[in-house]
Write a protein that binds this ligand. Structure first.
Ligand code: EPZ
Length: 417
């Protein structure tokens, strides 16, 4: 086990390169299951979740080669249609193999992912959609067993605009017979990146990025070479950290238009932000203004930035309200932030944050990926030393974050617990 130790009070200054998007890379690597031949993926981040999905794909019989941030995958030898519990429970996005396996091997046996720290996270909409395409679905012994001779296109309506639900059904539908229309689809950039990848493989998908996506099934796909889009949550995290520490940071290799909601809110909080092509320059304000945020599906303010923004508001001037509308239990970081002196009151899915002059360093424990990022950020400004434990949560979604922060002048290091 490892911890991260931070000594607060050092403004972030300099340049940082943003990595490839975890939430785009996961479905795109899995889409290799849909075809024979070698697919090449560039700008793949080196994260625990990426290692987990590569392990799962190889247990299914895919061949995988990794060379730095380039990953090559060939699924010619697909021989196993079972995604076991001990892999799926570690990384719930593994459920994304369900659609491709039924589409390619006509059957799949995938462990139910179970809940996680931030909520129950059911997959009922994934299963309802697959049934609409003609798959027979059985839930047995904690596994989903799905099968279909050939999936048939159909109209699918999502009660909630589910990101991985949209991605799972998109991958199931590309080889189905006839037309599928997904309504109330997620509009996230990662959904668009997957659709563009599938279309380069020979699929026929229209409307990705809107709430109505149509997919004309084809009989086969061919391998592809693509580059993963930048991680908008990593860039949002670094932008917020720059604002928080009264820093002066230029983020390189971003996609600014994917961060519009976060940039808008940071400007309201007083940050000076300039967009220069694929770079975003952020200068933190002397005094942070308190503002309200409400998490919403894209293009609204991302739930994956809620914990990070809460840290900014914890030392803002005045009272701010954060409402978390996506997950039912995504305030776990609050109790740890309060131990560092934050003044936060929770009522249902609302958090009221009264800005305090400063946080104080303390030993704290990470509980989930984005909560751990918020604790690191709190340590950057807290008076004294903060030690964050259970940082394996952090390594799931941030590549060497302590190295990147140290490169920007933070006093931060990783130690053996
Ligand atoms: C994706 O999770 C992301 N993960 C999450 O990022 C992100 O927080 C989330 O979308 C929302 O933006 C990946 O892309 C790998 P949802 P996903 O299905 O697809 C409910 C991170 O930190 N729902 O859009 O699992 C669900 O409970 C992670 O990188 C159902 O009820 O989220 C939630 O309340 C955390 N039934 C809401 O919909 C379903 O069948 C949105 O969930 C599916 C979802």
């Amino acid at each position: 086990m490892e911890n991260i130790i931070i000594e607060g009070g050092h403004p972030l200054k300099g340049e940082v390169k943003i990595g490839g998007s975890k939430n785009a890379a996961l479905p795109i690597l899995i889409s290799a299951l849909l075809t024979d031949g070698w697919n090449t993926y560039h700008n793949v981040p080196d994260l625990k979740d990426i290692q987990s999905i590569k392990l799962l794909l190889s247990t299914l019989g895919a061949k995988i080669e990794t060379d730095g941030d380039t990953v090559r995958i060939a699924a010619d030898g697909l021989c196993n249609y079972e995604a076991p519990y001990d892999l799926v429970r570690k990384m719930r996005a593994s459920i994304l193999v369900l659609g491709p396996l039924v589409a390619r091997l006509k059957k799949a046996r995938v462990s139910l992912p179970g809940g996680c720290a931030i909520g129950a996270r059911p997959i009922n909409l994934h299963l309802k959609g697959l049934a609409r395409l003609g798959a027979s679905i059985d839930l047995k012994h904690g596994y989903v067993e799905a099968s279909a001779n050939r999936l048939k296109g159909n109209e699918i309506y999502f009660d909630i605009a589910t990101v991985t639900g949209t991605e799972n059904l998109m991958m199931a539908a590309v080889l189905a017979e006839g037309m599928t229309v997904l309504r109330n689809s997620a509009r996230e950039p990662e959904v668009v990146a997957l659709a563009e990848t599938l279309n380069q493989m020979g699929a026929n998908i229209k409307g990705a990025g809107t709430s109505i996506i149509s997919i004309e099934g084809v009989t086969s796909l061919h391998p592809v070479s693509v580059s993963i889009i930048p991680d908008r949550i990593e860039s949002g995290t670094f932008m917020t950290a720059a604002a928080l520490t009264q820093g002066n940071v230029r983020l390189l290799e971003c996609e600014p238009e994917h961060n519009e909601a976060v940039i808008h809110k940071l400007k309201l909080a007083g940050a000076d932000i300039k967009i220069e092509g694929q770079s975003i320059w952020v200068k933190g304000p002397d005094e942070i203004a308190s503002i309200d945020i409400k998490t919403l599906p894209y293009p609204g303010f991302p739930t994956d930035m809620q914990a990070q923004f809460m840290v900014l508001m914890s030392v803002a001037k005045g009272l701010s309200i954060i409402s978390e509308t996506i997950f039912e239990n995504r305030f776990i970081h609050v109790s740890e932030l309060k131990r560092m002196g934050a003044d936060i009151t929770i009522s249902g899915n609302f958090a009221m944050i009264k800005g305090v002059p400063a946080l104080s360093g303390a030993p704290v424990m990470a509980t989930d990926l984005r909560a751990s990022a918020s604790l690191i950020m709190a340590g950057l400004i807290a008076k004294g030393v903060t030690e964050v434990s259970r940082i394996y949560h952090l390594d799931r979604g941030y590549e060497a974050i302590e190295k990147k922060l140290a490169g920007l002048g933070a006093a931060i290091k990783r130690v053996k617990a």
